[in-house]
Ligand binder design. Structure first.
Ligand code: ZN
Length: 238
């Protein structure tokens, strides 16, 4: 691993255009379960799989049930950033990292101090009233008894992209631009099987593609550097 780390270190040190693209694996080291993995949220005490509960249809038809699940599983407000989040924020401050593209909705990159973040699936930190548009902090959602309602009486919805919903166009555009212009692209904690997020990788035209993932991905053949160790462990060495 040492010569690979040295290579990665050099690439980052010589670039002012590193982009990080991350998935659920970035946050599992902070204790947030990956609900797509077998030991994740599945097989727990809810009557439906997370993919059903976290869908657009379910949100409107079973709002109370949705929020029961959401508050318990999706609002990890006391969770702290880990070594990977902290290192990425540090690299941005040092002028090496240009942007983070993430599939996570937990807001941990912001908490760590990162600024340019394209959140493909939204964030639990933003919520708004469907009737008047008023914004609410996540604590309001957490503390509301049952379904969170606006002062106007409207239903509050988290700015999180649910199943059946499309990604925000401006966010995708920002992510595509960052990836297309990146000199070094570091991809971590994602199996790269979930579309359309995984398709974003195709926009990268450079020759410094770094994959950090425990398991094999469909993009391993395109990578210039592959690490199987935990992301925090790899990044804290660069
Ligand atoms: Zn309202």
């Amino acid at each position: 691993m040492n010569s690979k780390i040295e290579t990665l270190k050099t690439w980052i040190a010589e670039s002012d255009n590193v982009v990080f693209f991350g998935g659920a694996g970035v946050s599992t080291e902070s204790g947030i379960p990956d609900f797509r993995s077998v030991d994740g949220l599945y097989h727990q005490k809810f009557d439906y799989p997370p993919e059903t509960i976290l869908s657009h249809t379910f949100f409107y038809q079973n709002t109370e049930y949705f929020y029961r699940f959401y508050k318990e599983k999706m609002l990890p407000l006391d969770v702290q950033p880990n070594a990977a989040h902290r290192k990425l924020a540090e690299l941005e401050r040092a002028g090496r990292l240009k942007a983070i593209v993430t599939q996570n909705i937990d807001g941990l990159h912001q908490k760590a101090g990162s600024r340019t973040i394209w959140e493909l699936h939204g964030s639990v930190y933003r919520n708004h009233c469907l009737s008047c548009g008023k914004s609410y902090p996540p604590e309001y959602i957490r503390d509301a008894p049952g379904v969170p309602r606006c002062s106007c009486g409207g239903l509050i919805k988290p700015d999180v992209v649910l199943y059946e919903e499309g990604l925000d166009e401006a966010t995708v555009e920002g992510a595509v631009t960052a990836i297309a212009r990146a000199e070094v692209l570091i991809v971590g904690g994602t199996s790269l099987t979930v579309y359309p997020a995984a398709g974003l990788l195709r926009y990268y035209g450079g020759n410094k593609l770094v994959l950090i993932n425990r398991d094999e991905t469909p993009y391993d053949g395109y990578a210039n550097l592959i690490f199987r160790e935990p992301i925090g462990q790899v990044l804290s060495q660069v």
